[in-house]
Design a protein around this ligand. Structure first.
Ligand code: SAH
Length: 292
């Protein structure tokens, strides 16, 4: 398979473009495993982002009802239309997956371009689907899948856990790709779920997570007390604290469960309203998040 891909690229005169994350998975066993992890069958409409030379696309087409692939690089047009000539259940959309509306699908299986893996994962999660099996960089996979208290547990883990259950299935060494990427990859599986707790608004929840995780080793109480130093009244802060259960208040941020962050954000919203200005003032003071 490794040689196949190399030959294929040569035959179609394609040199990998690293800017577009063109590191191809040449381990056939692993590609088969990915299809298996998603349990792809005859009833499934599968979304694939970044088919490239179609190595994964072909295996998906052999099992699925339909594969809809979105590829940004038109240099793969010939290679993919030759594949379409052999399978009648492949649709290819040449577009930037970040820009184009996704079609309906019930499963997503993709070896994602590493550079834009995170926004693509969020975009997939906005859709209605059953399961997604995605290969991304190992560190991102850890941050997405970490549970409370674990290394890598972050605002990202909490945000994602509201939308689905994510797990790491396999670490993929650099050597499995041609050309090799700078870091290892990992295959994750996300089963879509309904949010199991309320938040005042998704935007506000995101900002609360960002603020709280900037203090990941502090307690909830200590973190909220900071607001006094950035323009929130003492009375307001005390009111917020009084609305948070003791068993949450004295815990460290990195140990809170997602629904507990939901409770904190609800308490802040109820008592203080939109405190995002105070958060920003704090980042400014601390020189945090200059670029985001
Ligand atoms: N499916 C192949 C290729 C993975 S490499 C394999 O498994 O080996 C990532 C692929 O994503 C490349 O084909 C690259 O051209 C494509 N890509 C990169 N950015 C993209 C974007 N924004 N939208 C759609 N495809 C993109």
């Amino acid at each position: 398979m490794g040689n196949n891909i190399k030959h294929l690229l040569k035959r179609y005169e394609i040199t990998p473009n690293k800017e577009l994350g063109q590191c191809f998975l040449v381990n056939w066993n692993l590609l088969q495993k990915e299809v298996g992890y998603a349990n792809v069958g005859r009833n499934d409409v599968v979304l694939e982002i970044g088919p490239g030379p179609g190595n994964l696309t072909e295996l998906l087409a052999q099992r699925a009802k339909q594969v809809i692939a979105i590829e940004k690089d038109v240099r793969f047009r010939d290679i993919l239309s030759d594949l379409q000539a052999r399978y009648n259940n492949i649709e290819v959309i040449f577009a930037d997956a970040l820009e184009v509306d996704f079609p309906n699908f019930n499963k997503a299986v993709s070896n994602l371009p590493f550079k834009v893996a995170l926004p693509l994962i969020f975009k997939i999660l906005e859709c209605d689907f059953d399961v997604a099996v995605l290969l991304c960089q190992e560190r991102l996979a850890q941050r997405i899948c970490a549970k409370p208290g674990q290394k890598g547990y972050s605002r990202l883990s909490v945000q994602i856990s509201r939308l689905g259950n994510a797990e790491i299935l396999k670490i993929v060494p650099k050597s499995a790709f041609v050309p090799q990427p700078e870091v290892n990859g990992a295959v994750i599986r996300i089963r879509k779920t309904k949010p199991d707790f309320e938040v005042p608004s998704d935007e506000f929840f995101k900002e609360v997570l960002k603020f709280m995780f900037s203090q990941r080793d502090k307690t909830v109480q200590e973190t909220i007390l900071i607001l006094k130093s950035v323009g929130v009244s003492e009375k307001g802060v005390n009111r917020a604290l009084s609305q948070i259960e003791k068993r949450i208040l004295y815990r460290r941020i990195h140990t809170l469960k997602p629904f507990e962050f939901g409770k904190v954000s609800q308490a802040l919203w109820n008592t203080l309203g939109d405190v995002r200005k105070a958060f920003y003032k704090f980042y400014e003071l601390k020189g945090l998040y200059k670029n985001s």
